[in-house]
Design a protein around this ligand. Structure first.
Ligand SMILES: [Zn+2]
Length: 74
């Protein structure tokens, strides 16, 4: 995320009310994530600091629902 010059708080804050932004953010994270990691694991979130939608969805209080409601999510 820092590579894009954006703070997480700003990006995710906007994602709460802007569905188009949220979809773009989701796409960027899926494209930008490290393909050598196993995603969708709490370990990857915690130890590799991956913040892709699949890894974030493993965290308590994190919105798996937000990921599922996206039109391009399977
Ligand atoms: Zn991930």
């Amino acid at each position: 995320m820092k590579a894009h010059g954006l703070h997480d708080e700003l990006a995710y804050g906007r994602a709460r009310w802007d569905a188009e932004w949220r979809a773009a953010l989701y796409d960027a994270q899926m494209i930008g994530r490290d393909p050598s990691l196993k995603h969708g694991k709490a370990w990857t979130y915690a130890h590799h600091r991956c913040r892709c939608p699949e890894c974030r969805a493993t965290q308590p209080g994190c919105k798996g629902a937000d990921v599922r409601e996206l039109p391009n999510a399977a």
